[in-house]
Write a protein that binds this ligand. Structure first.
Ligand code: PEP
Ligand code: MG
Length: 760
């Protein structure tokens, strides 16, 4: 059964559009189950009706014509109950509705399973049989498993259709579609998607229509000649090492390239207006999936030969293409995996947004995007990115969402957000020199989070009063090996000098989780619960000591260094780390560097640390809450998983209570407490954090002026009243709406929603 399932899903996956996908589904499921009918009904959300979209066994004429409301018929019942329905005699059921045009009166038994994607019913899969008999348990299980697997494929095919301007019936109709990823860098952008490809990766080549078919044909001919000659050279080179029959492989390759074979098929597709690369992907893809479906192992192997040929041809095509990449105004760069190099190639002034299918908020490119202030969405796993080249797109880097083919209304809304932000940024410049103080005189310093040197300039432009979190892993991540003590010293000194005499809080190396070093790979089943942060550096004191020595030496004569320890879960870790810092301090002083012992603090980002706030406070000079990880661990929601992005919420009552607890307990020990997670950069949340008593807030430079604007408009006393009210609410949604309403009522709606940042 598993094998049959796998084959069907694979075949459906390679279908060229939704119609073809549904056709394969009904044919293959009918065959596999030995039934007389298999049909798919899809829910048309606009009409709110289940429409018969494909069938094997029912009259073909009825396809697209027969439909029923959710409260009609057996299909409606399966869709609304979201449960399978297995009937021996369908006509005897009170909900049975007869559609003469289907000819279904001939079939007595009925088995239907809902097709559900991300909690939403997208359709119903039905099999029917002539004889009166209940489908057995195995058959029911098969259909349920099939429909669960197909849900994602159908949703994907639908999204692709809407992107290319085709509706379910294949008619031209551009539709807005929304895709959810994770925030990479805050901000909003409206622009045109430009898909960039890694070198010679056939699977990610996008579709592109071209006007100049002649030059595409020429390009392809060039590529063919290039690969042919490479093959001949290769074959000749290996003449002494390979037996003649082994060398026959090259002849097979040459035959495949022949005008009568692969070559001519690609040429045919180019003639329909597809660019050469897209045509190549299409033809090679069809051949590969045909080979892969074969039962014969030898023939299955041939799939890899075709793939290899495809890649070789593509490499030639891409060489020719490289100089001709045209960046439109307001480019939104889209790639399966964006790299900093791709970002660097965009001409100045053209880039407005970034979208990456893979990666997280901690990927290099996201770090860079934050430093450059480019709205970015990462981890957009459901986006059929190869289909989006040239289409209009909206990037919402606050919420981690992307819209393709946006409606006029949505485009206007976001264009207004973009214009408003630009306007706001100008107005906010005036705030730079002003202190962050409430209307009733409560003063709260706003600090910045940094990583690259580029962050420094932005932070200073925006009036940061210190660095609350310098992520030292960033210089480690962009290196090819561990930076030496001397190299680290130089990097750290730049940060310390740039902000002097303001404080710079340097966090000890925080790798693991989703932050990896190419030269120190950590492979784990469950990296966020694994070897991360302080756990790694305590196991490698040599790394920790070198880093601490570099920090201490870098602070000579400046004395604005603070050291912060990440991922602390208990006092024993602080003791060990303190011991190492003291050792490093002793060593650098013995070497003649006269520096005082810097203040040392711990990050509160694991629930254990929340409960140990009192004990930890006694050991250190300050605390800093990492709300990104604290939210993730308190709610058990992976901060980088778009599937559960809805559940990731730092305004959840459990998070708010934990934060208040940390502040109260730290203050009871007389220790200052700051917060450096992205929550601090959300202007609305910042009001609550200030009311809780946080001594300073540290955030990305982009959001700092907005937070300052907000806090300068509110009164501390009123914020405390608001916090007290919200702390009594147990429902996260109600907390959100009450907070927004309260701020709107104070005339502060401008700085919240629709662009209220959720995480980054
Ligand atoms: C945090 O967890 O909130 C934090 C600031 O650290 P990072 O995002 O680097 O894990
Ligand atoms: Mg963290």
């Amino acid at each position: 059964m598993l094998n049959t399932l796998r084959k069907i899903v694979q075949e459906v996956n390679s279908a060229k559009d939704l119609k073809a996908a549904l056709g394969i589904i009904v044919l293959r499921v009918k065959e596999a189950m030995g039934s007389q009918v298999c049909s798919v009904y899809l829910l048309d959300p606009q009409a709110n009706r289940f429409v018969l979209m494909a069938s094997e066994g029912l009259n073909k004429r009825s396809i697209g014509r027969v439909s029923m409301a959710p409260n009609e018929g057996l299909v409606g019942l399966v869709g609304t109950r979201e449960e399978p329905l297995n009937l021996e005699d369908a006509a005897a059921h009170p909900r049975y509705r007869y559609f003469a045009e289907t000819g279904e009166e001939r079939f007595a038994s009925f088995l239907g399973a809902p097709i559900i994607h991300h909690r939403r019913v997208v359709g119903v899969l039905v099999v029917q049989q002539k004889e009166r008999r209940q489908f057995d348990e195995g058959e029911e299980a098969f259909l349920v498993t099939m429909s669960a697997q197909l849900a994602g494929v159908i949703a994907h095919a639908e999204a692709t259709g809407s992107i290319r301007g085709l509706d379910r019936a294949g008619k031209a109709r551009h539709q807005e579609a929304k895709f959810v990823g994770v925030p990479g860098s805050p901000g909003a952008a409206v622009g045109t998607a430009l898909v960039v490809l890694p070198p010679a990766d056939l699977e990610v080549v996008p579709d592109k229509t071209v006007a100049d078919i002649g030059s595409e044909l020429q390009l392809f001919q060039h590529a063919l000649e290039g690969v042919r000659s490479d093959m001949r050279t290769l074959s000749a080179k290996l003449a002494t090492q390979l037996r003649p029959e082994e060398r026959a492989l090259f002849d097979v390759y040459l035959m495949m390239l022949d005008d009568a074979s692969l070559g001519s098929e690609v040429t045919q597709v180019i003639k329909t207006g597809q660019w050469a690369q897209g045509a190549l992907r299409q033809v090679v893809g069809e051949h590969v999936s045909r080979f892969e479906l074969m039962d014969d192992a030898y023939l299955r192997e041939r799939a890899s030969d075709v793939k290899d040929l495809g890649r070789r041809l593509l490499a030639y095509l891409q060489q020719a293409r490289q100089q001709t990449l045209v960046y439109p105004d307001n480019t939104i760069l889209v790639s399966e995996e964006l790299t900093p190099a791709m970002l660097g190639e965009v001409p100045e002034g053209k880039l407005v947004g970034l979208v990456s299918v893979m990666g997280s908020g901690n990927s290099h490119v996201a770090i860079l995007a934050r430093a450059m202030g480019i709205p970015t969405v990462m981890g957009l796993v459901d986006l059929p990115y190869s289909k989006v080249d040239g289409i209009e797109m909206i990037v919402d880097g606050y919420h981690g969402e992307v819209f393709t083919n946006p409606s006029e209304i949505l485009r206007k809304q976001y264009s207004a957000v973009v214009a408003d932000e630009r306007e706001l940024a100008k107005g906010l410049d005036a705030l730079r020199e002003l202190p962050c103080v409430t209307t009733d005189g409560h003063r709260i310093p706003l600090w910045v989070n940094t990583g690259l040197l580029a962050d420094v300039a932005r932070a200073q432009q925006r009036g940061a009063e210190g660095v609350g979190l310098y992520r030292t892993e960033v210089p480690f991540m962009i290196n090819q090996r561990f930076p030496s003590e001397k190299e680290q010293l130089a990097i750290y000194r730049e940060q310390l000098v740039a902000f002097h005499p303001l404080p710079v809080t340097m966090r000890s190396l925080d790798i693991g989780g989703d932050k990896s070093l190419s030269y120190f790979p950590i492979h784990e089943e469950n990296p966020f619960l694994g070897w991360r942060g302080i756990r790694v550096t305590l196991d490698h004191p040599e790394i920790f000591l070198v880093q601490a020595r570099a920090m201490l030496k870098a602070s000579e004569g400046l004395n604005n260094l603070r050291i912060l320890l990440p991922m602390i879960s208990g006092t024993h870790e602080v003791e060990e780390a303190m011991h190492l810092i003291h050792r490093a301090w002793g060593e650098v002083r013995d070497e003649g560097t006269d520096v005082p012992m810097p203040p040392v603090g711990v990050m509160v980002e694991i629930p254990a640390a929340v409960y140990l706030t009192r004990e930890l406070s006694r050991q250190v000079d300050f605390l800093s809450v990492g709300s990104n990880d604290l939210t993730q661990y308190l709610l058990a929601v992976d901060r980088n998983n778009p599937r559960v992005a809805d559940l990731y919420d730092y305004l959840h009552p459990a998070v708010l209570q934990a934060l208040q607890h940390v502040v109260t307990e730290a203050h009871a020990e007389g220790k200052p407490v700051s917060i450096c997670g992205e929550m601090a950069g959300d202007p609305a949340a910042a009001v609550l954090l200030m009311a809780m008593g946080f001594d300073s807030l540290s955030m990305n430079a982009t959001n700092l002026p907005k937070v300052k604007w907000m806090l300068r408009q509110v009164s501390y006393a009123k914020s405390r009243e608001l916090l007290a009210q919200l702390m009594k609410i147990d429902n996260p949604q109600v907390i959100h709406s009450s907070l927004q309403l309260a701020l709107k009522n104070q005339g502060l709606g401008r700085m919240i929603n629709p662009q209220a940042p959720k995480t980054l």
